[in-house]
Design a protein around this ligand. Structure first.
Ligand code: UTP
Length: 288
């Protein structure tokens, strides 16, 4: 199973992050010194992915521009001898090949994935990574899924255990654990009520799918919130040919949630040796 492309949907409105996202894409909000979406793209690269398919809308061109050259800025940095900054911005431009697809109406995550059909339909499989879900650990989250998808020859979704009072924010799965941390998925429910969730295993923004998913996406009607839900199409996949879930090891931050977004900022800033001491000194009195 060869996996060369990742679909990164970034076309949502980002209403939870207003007013910050009135004119700036949510995925471009900085997490320490990089836009959040750059961490997602870097995770894909670490897993050997070469092409990024952004599902965008008319207000998101800043994302494509970020992964392109900015010749004017390069000239300014070159003239002023700012070699380090110059290397950093060139490196981002050279990171990946970009394919952009417009999602003209924001009909949900499932619909966003369906927009990529013509670009990935002849691939064995492709990755989907949600543009505002940041993940860190020893092994890149998406690579953990690719390894299982390649050995089992089945589509795989990433899950993490969440506290009971948070299940209604996620798609929740149930199924049998067939080997440690790997589940044969039976049921998927989008944002269940706390008392109706079949487990605490929440679907997070990492998937390895096969073109078969388009058959299911084309069949389903709008679900939770009137949107075309990827979770509903995954139920079709689980019932037809089968679907696995892998409990991803590592840390995860939803950049669309302020507490998690701000924690991610502090986490990354603390990894920078030059900043760490000063930051801790300034944070301590704030924590009381
Ligand atoms: P979210 O529900 O987290 O994102 O969708 P949102 O709609 O942008 O944010 P809120 O809830 O209004 O704050 C998960 C991912 O799916 C993308 C979003 O950009 C986000 O990365 N998405 C969602 C689309 O690309 N198209 C859609 O129609 C909906």
């Amino acid at each position: 199973m060869n996996i060369h492309k990742v679909v990164i949907p970034v076309a949502g409105w980002g209403t939870r992050s207003l007013p910050a996202t009135k004119n700036i894409p949510k995925e471009m909000l900085p997490v320490y010194n990089k836009p959040g979406v750059q961490y997602v793209v870097e995770e894909a690269i670490q897993a050997g992915i070469e092409d990024v398919v952004f599902i965008t809308n008319r207000d998101k061109s800043a994302i494509e521009d970020h992964f392109d050259y900015n010749l004017q800025l390069e000239m300014v940095l070159e003239r002023s001898g700012k070699e380090e900054a110059l290397a950093a911005i060139r490196q981002v431009a050279e990171m990946v090949r970009i394919i952009s697809i417009r999602q003209k109406r924001q009909l949900g995550l499932g619909h966003a994935v369906l927009c990529a059909k013509d670009v990935v339909r002849y691939d064995d499989a492709f990755a989907v990574m949600v543009g505002d879900d940041l993940m860190f650990g020893m092994s890149p989250g998406i690579r953990q899924l690719i390894e299982v998808a390649q050995s089992e020859r089945l589509p795989v979704i990433g899950v993490m255990e969440v506290p009971q009072d948070r299940v209604s924010r996620y798609g929740i799965i149930s199924g049998e654990e067939i080997s440690p941390g790997i589940y044969q998925v039976r049921k998927l429910v989008e944002k269940p009520r706390v008392d109706q969730a079949p487990s605490r295993l929440a679907i997070i923004g990492r998937y390895v799918l096969t073109p078969e998913i388009f058959v299911h996406l084309e069949k389903i009607s709008p679900g939770h919130g009137g949107e075309i839900q990827l979770t509903d199409a995954l139920q079709g996949q689980a019932s037809a040919r089968g679907l696995l879930a892998v409990k991803i090891r590592g840390m995860r931050f939803d950049a669309g949630d302020w507490a998690e977004y701000l924690t991610a900022n502090i986490y990354f800033a603390l990894q920078d040796e030059e900043l760490r001491e000063d930051l801790v000194r300034r944070l301590k009195p704030l924590l009381g």
